[in-house]
Structure formats: C-alpha cells, structure tokens
Design a protein around this ligand. Sequence first.
Ligand code: NAD
Ligand code: 6OD
Length: 490
Amino acid sequence: MTAGTGRWIRNFVDGRYVEPDENRSFENIDPATGRVFARVHEADRELVDRAVTAARRALRDGWATTPVRERAALLRRAADRIEERFEEFVAAEVADTGKPVTQARQLDVARAPANFRTFADVAAAGQESFLTDLAGGRQALNYAVRKPLGVVAVVVPWNLPLLLLTWKVAPALACGNAVVVKPSEETPATASLLAEILTEVGLPAGVYNVVHGFGGGSAGEFLTSHPDIDGVTFTGSSATGTQVMRTVAPRARPVSLELGGKNAAVVFDDVDVDEALTGLTKSVFTNTGQVCLCTERVYVQRAIFDDIAQGLAERARGLRLGDPLDAATTTGPLISKAHRDKVAGYFELAEQAGAQVLTGGGVPQLGPDLAGGSWIEPTLWTGLANTHPAVREEIFGPVAALIPFDTEEEAIGLANDTEYGLAASVWTDDLRRGHRVAQAMNVGTAWVNTWFLRDLRSPFGGVGLSGLGREGGESSLHFYTEPTNVCVQL
Ligand code: NAD
Ligand code: 6OD
C-alpha cells in the first residue's frame, strides 16, 4: 500500500490486476465511521479501452463458442468458491456499505452463489423451434439459434453491490458473453474480489474485466460510449439510466435498465395486523431503505390506520442502529453524507408541509466511534398529500408516508398515481382480493402478503421511470443473447 490509507482496490483487465496509479485515485469511505478504508484506482479512457479490447479478444479466442455445459460447470465452481471465501466477501461488503453483517450474510453475499447456480441451470434451456404450414401441404422448419450478445457493459449501483453485480454477470457469462463491469464508485470492493474467484475457477483472461471510477467524464461514460460494446445492462437511478440510454442510442445497442422505485404497500383491514407490521417493517427499513424495492408509500384502510401507524412507529423505534459488525445491529448508515443530505432534505419538506412525524426525523447520536458516519433516523410521516414531493419522488432512505383509504378502488388509484412502476405489496387475508389488486398494480413485481421474496427464474424489472426490459430466468437469456432465425423449407 503506497497511499497510506490501508489498501488498494484495483482494476482487473485481461486476467490481471492493474498496478494502481496514485495520481488517479479516490478514497473509499466506510459510511459507518466516515473513515477511509481503501483507495480506488480510477480507470482512465485508455484502460477502459483495454478492457473492452480484451473482452472482444476473449470472445474470439473461444469463450463465445465454449459449450454451455462447460460454462455452466465453471459458474457452479465459482458459486462453490464464493461460499468457501464467504466471510471475505461479507467483510468487504460491510466495509464498503456499512450494512449490518447479518444482512450481508443472509442476503447480499448469499445471493451471489445463488445467482451463479441459477443461471448455470437456466442457460442449458433449449432453443425455440416451430413448423410453418405452407401452400400445397408443405412445411418449413423455423428455429432460432441464440448467440452471445458479445461484449456487455455492466454498470451497477452501491446499495446491494455483489447481489446486483452477480445478478447480471452470471447470466451474461452463462450465455457466452464477455463483460466489462463498472461498479459504483461508493462500493468497488467485491467486484474486484470476484475477479480472483473467477480466475481461480478457470475463466479465460479477458472474459471478466473490472474498471473503477465515476459516471459522467469517467469510467461509466467511457465504457457506455465505447464504440465496441454490444449492449449495456444498467442498474441505478432513473436519471442516470435515461442518460445511459441516450449515450447508447446513436449506435442502437440493446440496453436493459433497472431503475428507481417509489413503491406502495396497500394494507386492507382484514389483515392480521401483527403479521402485516412484520412485513411492512422489513419492506420499509431493510438496508436502511436503500433497496429499489423498499416501500416508501403505505396506504392503509381507515379502520386499522391508527393501529398500523402506531405499530409501525413502535417497530421503527425498536430497530437497532449501531456497529455493523455487531450481530444485533439491524440498521446501518446511509451510503454517504451527500445521500444523507438528500434524505434530510425530504424531512424538512415534509415538516414544512405540516406532516406529523410519528418517529424519527433527525440524525441519531451513536457515540464517538460512529460519529463520522452518515447515520439517519428511521422516519414515518402521516398527514402528507399523495401529491407531495416526499410521496412522489424516490428518497431511498428508511422513510415512509402513511395515507388512509376507504375502498379498494381508491387504494388502487392512489398506489398507481406515480411515474414509477417497480414493485408493490398487497396485504390482505382475502386471497381473491389479493390477486385482483396485485394484478391491477402498474408495476413489474407485485407481492401478496410478502416482500422481496425472489425466485430468480421469474421476470424482474419495472415500468415507467422504473426501467426498461426484464431480467431473470428466460428474460435474462433473451437479453444476453441475439437470436438468428433459420427457416428451412421441408
Ligand atoms: P446512479 O444512477 O447514481 O449510479 C449507478 C451507476 O451508474 C454507478 O456505477 C455510477 O457510477 C454509474 N453512472 C453514473 N453516471 C453515469 C453516466 N453518465 N454514464 C455511465 N454510468 C454512470 O445510482 P446509485 O445512486 O448508485 O444507486 C441508487 C439508485 O439505483 C436508486 O435510484 C435505486 O432505486 C436504483 N436501483 C434500482 C434497482 C432495480 O433493480 N431497479 C436496483 C438497485 C438500485
Ligand atoms: O433480487 C434481485 O434480483 C434484484 N435485482 C433486486 C434489486 C434490488 C434493488 O435494490
């Protein structure tokens, strides 16, 4: 380590870690303490170009035509190796994000091997084929041959770094693509660590590359504007996603966009209040509200509005903020001071509009060790109109507004009155109503009596400002391949 701050997080290009350049580097901050825990080498345009060139060469050298069973076997070995080095990934993820170690173990890192295994299985699926009836009783056989898309740019955010990275890298590799990955500047560690695993299990050089840096004017833009990429898969904010779409548009490359959300929970008065509160607590506060699927709008049928409002506030007060490495901690900090300023800005806006603050609304005092971290109190409001910015805009923090409703129709109208459309959850004991309301939600995923329950074979994505396209199961196979239809007259 030459920068005097602990260690380097390095780029990985063409099967090797790149020697870091101190003059082109930035700090990696632990958001729980505000302390620098590593330096990151920022890739310049030339290094991004080397990564794309290496990826192209690796495809030509045979990765694209490697039999799918060999690719799948390699992915399964990667899953095994991640499990063997599980605690290293947990430590890196916790240091990068400040998230509670229990969550990192149960959700973030656990999903990486699951992503690799799922897409190893899914990739072995067959090809589409069908017969066309022709005049005179003849027929034509049509079949589609799916080929790798090619060099895929993978750009991901900071909230679930390894989970979201492997959610894209696993299907891309399973389908025979080569990837250049641009992790978030806030959370670069696990993408670089994953390079070690993929090398150990025999992935050819150039198939997995990592370039670190920022967005505009840095590695993110250098990569997505590179003339030799064949597609971009992006997860992040709606504003950046639409910018990436513009960048890629002149070359008409496919994009998959998984963007922001302003997700609703709709709670009917037939529920078991205690069970609904357990689900709502999870959906509002998991990962300090920094999951694109988190609930920020809670619509509650009037008869149980007070019970849910008071009960949820009590659960929020029971959350334990503190040392991420303490197994009893439930809630970590926000990712950065800048993000905390943004969230706190909504606290002010809500209070100016006369919202009642059921709990929270400030910055907690957590003692000297954590004083430099970007902590914020879990916060709940009532009394806000559905038109207020805190109810319309994605905040991405541990916050929600509770709003009463009387009828099912009104609840559907309120929940769908948004530019976003990522996810919703419906809480009811009446299963017919559950199906009816879930199907009426204008979203990519609607849960009934649960939240963030994932079968990785199902299509995942959003509508409106929440994104474009679907990934997961066969949807991933479709995005990460290009079909050539062959038509043979019989
Ligand atoms: P962001 O859009 O700021 O950044 C995402 C990534 O894009 C980062 O790696 C960043 O460096 C890069 N980037 C920024 N500007 C770029 C540019 N001009 N060109 C190319 N790359 C660029 O998002 P964030 O703050 O890291 O993440 C939080 C957001 O992500 C929230 O809006 C959240 O809802 C969304 N998100 C969505 C999903 C989903 O599946 N729909 C999942 C997780 C997070
Ligand atoms: O579970 C997933 O596969 C997924 N893409 C989750 C996204 C979470 C957003 O923060």
